[in-house]
Design a protein around this ligand. Structure first.
Ligand SMILES: Nc1ncnc2c1ncn2[C@@H]1O[C@H](COP(=O)(O)OP(=O)(O)O)[C@@H](O)[C@H]1O
Ligand SMILES: [Mg+2]
Length: 255
């Protein structure tokens, strides 16, 4: 039997791939990482069509990135992607993911930034993404929120598994605001039993504090892209090649 989502996803595979940065917690780096991902894709892949879609009504990342928008890099913060309650409008988001890209034949990458507090139970569009990145720091509050988010995500996958023929988005935890290798190990230890991958750590740096600030020469963004070239290379490659990570592991697996 060919269910609608399976047919749609065949089309989606040809057209492009979709990532989302999500966690129920704020301040873990969702917007920062969405910015690094979308600018990294746009600068490294000149023939690609990159869309950053901000699902946060506070619009941190879309406001600060709009000035970089051009033919190949678009920044959206569209009312029709939300409901009046602020929850995502799943139908409209899925239609957008499945829509024809404006740029014709270019490879299309969609990057969603999402607000804190978006519950997986109200976000069935998550199943339509290829990859879900979940940033977290080592703090007890963030680890707790991350575990809870992962549990709700698993429940969503279970509920949607027939519609999506058992295919799940790849789930990757991104340790952020990390101080030391020992702290990275603490995060791995605290999340050892979760069914997800864990990526490279992003260390704490004051450089990020200025990432969303508009500067005349864009010196802050240039410095970020330069100093974090290795991390951005890893992050964009992980997204582009996510089809190779076909199933989520039974317990935390280091990439
Ligand atoms: N690795 C990091 N080092 C230092 N500051 C960071 C780092 N990652 C994020 N930040 C800062 O932490 C704050 C929260 O990050 P943000 O990306 O807005 O989180 P979220 O979108 O999850 O709420 C911002 O001020 C950001 O600049
Ligand atoms: Mg944010």
């Amino acid at each position: 039997m060919n269910s609608a989502p399976a047919e749609q996803s065949i089309g989606r595979a040809q057209r492009g791939i979709t990532a989302i940065f999500a966690n129920s917690k704020g301040g873990v780096g969702k917007s920062t990482l969405a910015l690094m991902m979308s600018l990294g894709l746009a600068t490294r892949h000149p023939n690609a069509q990159v869309e950053l879609i901000d699902l946060d009504s506070q619009a941190t990342s879309s406001d600060s990135l709009r000035r970089f928008a051009n033919r190949r890099f678009s920044v959206k913060n569209d009312d029709h992607l939300f409901l009046a309650s602020g929850s995502p409008n799943n139908g409209n988001i899925i239609n957008h993911i499945d829509s024809e890209p404006i740029g014709g034949n270019a490879q299309r990458y969609i990057v969603f930034d999402s607000p804190a507090g978006n519950e997986p139970s109200r976000s069935s569009f998550l199943c339509h993404c290829n990859i879900i990145f979940i940033p977290t720091s080592v703090s007890d509050a963030d680890i707790f929120a991350t575990r809870k988010y992962l549990t709700s995500l698993q429940q969503l996958f279970q509920r949607q598994r027939q519609a999506y023929e058992n295919r799940q988005p790849v789930v990757i935890i991104l340790p952020n605001l990390v101080d030391s290798r020992a702290e990275f190990n603490d995060i791995r230890h605290a999340l050892a039993d979760v069914q997800a991958f864990i990526g490279n750590p992003l260390y704490y740096s004051p450089l990020f504090r200025k990432a969303f600030r508009e500067q005349d020469d864009d010196g802050n963004i240039k410095a970020l892209l330069r100093d974090y070239d290795g991390y951005i290379k890893w992050l964009t490659k992980t997204f582009i090649e996510c089809e190779q990570l076909n199933t989520n592991p039974q317990q935390l697996f280091q990439l």
